[in-house]
Design a protein around this ligand. Structure first.
Ligand code: DX5
Ligand code: ZN
Length: 228
């Protein structure tokens, strides 16, 4: 298996009272990417964090910051996240009136760009933009909350996207988000994913305060991925 696997802890489940420390500790435990969930209480029924928090984290970590926008409309906020230090910005096609334009805007702002698919969103949105995406993010839960259960049908969708990526010949990351745990990460990898978002599995409850609590989980995920 030549694919490189990346683990992307979702800071949605971190302890926000000491977010900088949480990010440093979780990256030190062997993860690769900071997954930054932005919710607007409009596109999804929850409210989280915005560009100010990204800007505060940027000097604290060198890690790649993957901003998952669950907001509608989406274009207005993209330059703010780019200025705040985002490396990748992904958005849901239903949240943009002009998908090609939004992808171009993200690139113009100097970030990598990706499209996010809810469990029931058709992959046909990819038909004319495969040359413009750096990542495809498949939601394996409905967006809005951490701690939900992985929807098994996602595995078929991952296989379909893997085929599309391989056929494109481009180095497009395939990220899966929602309900990823130690006991299903290998199966998700075998289906074709290479970036794994995990919130509650890594951080446990936001109320947990032990700074080393995720070392064991991340090591177990790495061991499972090595078998995939
Ligand atoms: C859900 C978010 C996810 C979430 C994942 O809308 O996009 O990133 O934090 O959380 P877990 O890993 O707990 O399912
Ligand atoms: Zn997410």
């Amino acid at each position: 298996m030549s694919r490189q696997f990346r683990i992307a802890p979702s800071i949605l489940s971190a302890n926000f009272a000491k977010l900088g420390q949480e990010v440093n500790d979780v990256i030190a435990s062997g993860t690769d990417i900071v997954h930054f969930d932005v919710m607007d209480n409009h596109y999804v029924p929850n409210l989280t964090i915005g560009p100010l928090v990204c800007e505060s984290l940027r000097p604290v970590t060198d890690a790649f910051i993957d901003v998952h926008l669950m907001v509608k409309p989406v274009d207005r906020i993209i330059p703010d996240f780019a200025k705040a230090g985002a490396n990748m910005i992904t958005f849901h096609p239903e949240a943009s009136d002009h998908i090609d334009r939004t992808l171009a805007l993200i690139k113009e702002c100097g970030c990598k760009a990706g499209l996010v698919f809810n469990p029931a969103t058709s992959l046909s949105y990819l038909d004319h933009v495969m040359d413009k995406v750096d990542m495809i993010l498949l939601m394996s839960v409905n967006p809005g909350f951490g701690g939900q259960k992985f929807i098994p049908e996602t595995l078929n969708k991952i296989r379909a996207v893997r085929q599309r990526i391989d056929a494109s010949g481009r180095d497009i990351w395939l990220e899966v988000d929602g309900g990823v745990k130690v006991d299903n990460i290998a199966e998700i990898a075998r289906a074709g994913a290479d970036v794994f978002v995990a919130g509650s599995a890594i951080f446990g409850s936001p109320k947990d305060t032990d700074p080393n609590r995720y070392d064991t989980v991340v090591a177990a995920m790495r061991a499972e991925l090595a078998k995939a």
